[in-house]
Design a protein around this ligand. Structure first.
Ligand code: ZN
Length: 284
């Protein structure tokens, strides 16, 4: 019996040992799960925090980018029809002029565009439909636009608008806009009537078409005495009409193409910068 008791005790001890060892080994993973859960929670929190920080960073970057874009797109000048020149807005420099080249792209426009591009000077080229009849002429327009210059509408055939019917005025204005759009992929944003002669009808149509109508402050290259590069340079740089914001009219002409580098240099030397047409208020 005693033997039996000892056996029982030994057995239960063994059982107890087995139990406690089982319990211990069962408890260990239990602790480990808890620990794993804690670690997983910490990891999750870290990932979430990092994601939140990343999102915050991206949001700030996007905001800074949008702000810079809005800043870059902010107009710098607005047209003043009193002298067809420009006044600075948003803190742009007052001492600036706009270069415009009319009757393009006839014979010298591409060369004039290259001169301007080389000097980093923006400009508007006002084009006529009768200079866009051939593929070669259209290619020239495309090149000028691809060089970054603004393209304006100067009517289809250089017609004097007050002398023709409203239907003809419509045709003069819309036909060249259509050719421009087909050639460069966008409509012209500016309009200048031949000889600056508009009608109520043309003004309305130009506004409906989303173009900014402008004449000019001064120009000389169509006058006999200035059909010479030196004389033209002198008058363009020293004109009594040169003022802050002046809108300078030049044409696709031999003497103007020749004078253009010196005109730019002369105006720069006088402290003028050059207005970027894409920074004119009301131009998209
Ligand atoms: Zn003209």
């Amino acid at each position: 019996m005693i033997h039996m008791k000892i056996f029982m005790a030994a057995a239960s001890l063994a059982l107890l040992t087995a139990c406690s060892s089982d319990a211990q080994s069962a408890e260990e993973p239990a602790e480990s799960v808890e620990q794993q859960e804690t670690e997983a929670a910490a990891e999750k929190e870290k990932v979430e925090k990092e994601a939140a920080e990343k999102a915050e960073r991206e949001k700030a970057e996007a905001e800074a980018e949008a702000k810079a874009k809005a800043e870059a797109e902010k107009p710098e000048y607005k047209l003043n029809p009193a002298f067809w020149g420009f006044e600075p807005v948003n803190g742009a420099s007052e001492e600036a002029v706009l270069i415009t080249i009319d009757d393009a792209p006839d014979k010298r426009s591409l060369e004039m565009a290259e001169t301007l591009k080389e000097k980093g000077i923006p400009a508007i080229f006002f084009v006529n439909g009768h200079f866009l009849d051939t593929d070669e002429e259209k290619e020239t327009l495309k090149k000028i636009h691809d060089m970054g210059f603004a393209i304006g509408n100067h009517t289809e055939t250089h017609a004097i608008l007050p002398t023709i019917s409203e239907e003809q005025q419509r045709e003069e204005i819309l036909a060249v806009s259509k050719t421009i759009e087909e050639t460069i992929g966008e409509k012209p944003k500016f309009f200048r009537a031949p000889q600056g002669a508009n009608t109520d009808f043309s003004r309305e149509l130009v506004a409906e078409e989303g173009m900014l109508l402008m004449n000019w402050t001064y120009g000389y290259d169509w006058e006999q005495q200035y059909m010479d590069a030196a004389a033209l340079t002198d008058i363009m740089v020293n004109s009594e009409f040169l003022q802050n914001g002046a809108n300078l009219l030049m044409h696709d002409r031999e003497w103007t193409a020749e004078a253009l580098p010196d005109i730019i240099d002369g105006l720069s030397k006088k402290g003028y910068s050059f207005i970027d047409p894409s920074k004119i208020e009301g131009v998209e």
